[in-house]
Design a protein around this ligand. Sequence first.
Ligand code: FES
Ligand code: CO
Length: 325
Amino acid sequence: MLIDNEALLDHWYVVAETTDVTDAPLGVTLLGRDLVVWRSTSGDIVAAPDRCPHREAPLSQGTVHDGCVVCPYHGWAFGDQGRCVEVPSSGAGRPVPPAAHLATVRATERYGLVWLCLGEPSSDIPFMAAEDDDAYRRINTGVDVWATSATRMTDNFLDISHFPYVHIGTFGIAQNTDVPKIEMEQLDDDFFGYAYEVDVRNDEGAAASGLDDAVITRRMSTGFHLPFTVRSTIHYETGLDHLILLCSTPVDDTTSYFTFVIWRNDDFTVPAEEVIVFDRAIGAEDKLMLEKVKGVLPLDQRATVSVQSDRPSVEWRRRFADLLA
Ligand code: FES
Ligand code: CO
């Protein structure tokens, strides 16, 4: 079970894009906890349990006025740091009960995403150097809900042996079933993984890769940052880099948010929507497969059979199990 594990509370998870936090409260669920997210007058994101301390109405069903989330039931209003600033039935100037303030959770914005941590962060949000590099643009792609466990998603994103099967509709090549020997290494401070080369179909042509050939070679690296973040880097021979951060968030044990963020050092002429069509289609193929597999991935490695090409996911699972223990 993921949602009962205390160690998972101490990490950052993506629950929305910053553009999802509008002039209305946003309801999200993280590790089985319902939360309300809004933007206060200071401009900061505030996140708190989605339960009004008065009579437990969901604040996410309320409104936002002047940076305060207002409960739809009796109009209590909560502002910066979740402070209860108004109890309409008490009239103006009357003090609010101390217990009326919301117990907020940590919230921050990075890479166009809203990250929450329910406990005390024991690790940082992974660092993407391209974010601060003018040669790159960032493309956000929206948050989707997958009916699968974040454990299975992370396992999948580290796996390349499914390419000729699951991704036959996009970039997979049927005869490329052999996976070269994988050596795991520390890719940088934040990601542990492996580098490899893979031939892929280039049906999207220049929009994706800057190349017109039918089959192109990608120099890639794939690595993980515990618990559930995976970074995939693609380097084309044209010098084009296409970096993808894949974020899986446990809504509960078998439901997850999924979003990916792209950074590219291209000439910025291809519209973002065109760039992400291909990656979106790839994600849809993974989703279709994973939603057929029930439950969480067993953490006991003996419960599933692994071979050499599963080394990255076996290593992730070993470290993830250590983190939980
Ligand atoms: Fe929220 Fe009464 S339940 S104000
Ligand atoms: Co895949």
